[in-house]
Design a protein around this ligand. Structure first.
Ligand code: NAD
Length: 304
């Protein structure tokens, strides 16, 4: 390919996503607040930038993968309180901006609208598939924005993902993503309590997992992200719950989901329950650990 991409935010997800763009022969210029993250991508062939402004110079496409809405708004629109200018002042017309962070739809719509006034196309394109999907280039992208921008984003997204959906207008990608993650949190909690109850009654969690995988309790956490240590290799639960998707990022997503439910008068009792359990788990010191560590909320009772 001959397009040039600026990639901002090289964390658990952004790092491997940018690496896949390099493998697809895109020209990639990277920036992160953490210099070590930039150096890692540089060693894989990316151009290192000293700032976001520097990274976007000459880029056809800008991709951001940041934690939350305030980071995305600050990056593009600036932060007047802190006297920081936004990329909106330096981006050229006809640049396509793709934000793959999971953030509130309102911020995404605000950023998209403000950039559009300057002739800069914007799509929200949050992802599903976890860090393993990011590394393998098999992410699902859920895009919100104009059809023309969605079509322009296709080639670059397909270098990082397998399934690309157009959910609707700007913000629709974010709504779809938090509906999905609310369900994921419920499945992770439910899978954890079921596995622990089996263990408490003398069953082997691996055998129990195999049974449920061929039964009606089958779900993504059992297939690809088993929360019980030792059942599956190469997942956070078998690596002391490091890497992966942090509890506090899941709490952010559940907050977004329940804010959305309030506005749309939707009833989400299971999401509310999962949010409470994840809050409790974070308060007990697990905020930075992978979200499958919620399993310990159930197994810990048996450790005394
Ligand atoms: P992370 O915390 O590992 O990475 C975020 C990166 O952004 C960090 O390296 C940080 O230094 C950088 N950053 C923050 N502000 C910045 C700024 N102003 N300029 C440049 N860099 C900045 O988080 P992650 O797990 O990579 O997740 C990123 C987003 O993707 C989140 O919105 C998350 O909810 C979502 N997400 C994560 C997963 C997952 O499994 N980890 C899956 C799907 C979606």
């Amino acid at each position: 390919s001959n397009y040039s991409v600026a990639f901002i935010g090289l964390g658990n997800m952004g790092g491997p996503m940018a690496a896949n763009l390099l493998k697809a022969n895109a020209k990639v210029c990277v920036f992160d607040l953490v210099p070590q993250a930039v150096a890692e991508l540089q060693s894989q062939g990316a151009t290192a930038a000293a700032s976001a402004e520097e990274a976007v110079k000459g880029a056809d496409i800008v991709i951001s993968m940041l934690p939350a809405g305030r980071h995305v708004q600050g990056l593009y629109l600036g932060d007047s309180e802190r006297g920081v200018a936004g990329l909106i002042d330096v981006l050229e017309q006809n640049t396509l901006v793709i934000d793959s962070s999971t953030i509130d739809a309102a911020t995404s719509i605000l950023v998209g609208k403000t950039l559009a006034e300057k002739g800069i196309a914007f799509v929200d394109a949050p992802v599903s598939g976890g860090t393993a999907g990011a590394a393998a280039g098999t992410l699902t992208f859920i895009v919100g924005g104009e059809v023309s921008a969605y079509e322009k984003a296709q080639p670059v997204l397909s270098a990082m993902g397998k399934n690309i959906f157009h959910a609707g207008q700007n913000g629709a990608g974010q709504i779809a993503k938090i509906c999905n993650n609310m369900l994921l949190s419920v499945l992770m909690v439910g899978t954890s309590e079921a596995l622990q109850m089996a263990i408490d009654n003398g069953l082997d969690p691996k055998v129990m997992s195999d049974i449920m995988l061929q039964s009606s309790g089958r779900n993504w956490t059992l297939e690809l992200y088993n929360p019980c240590p030792g059942v599956m290799p190469n997942v956070p639960s078998s690596n002391d719950y490091t890497g992966g998707f942090m509890v506090d990022l899941m709490r952010k997503d559940l907050g977004l989901a329940l804010d959305t439910a309030l506005k749309s008068h939707s009833s989400t009792p299971m999401g509310a329950m999962a949010q409470n359990l994840y809050n409790m788990h974070s308060m007990q010191g697990s905020g930075m650990r992978d979200f499958s560590s919620i399993f310990e909320l159930f197994s810990a009772q048996n450790k005394q």
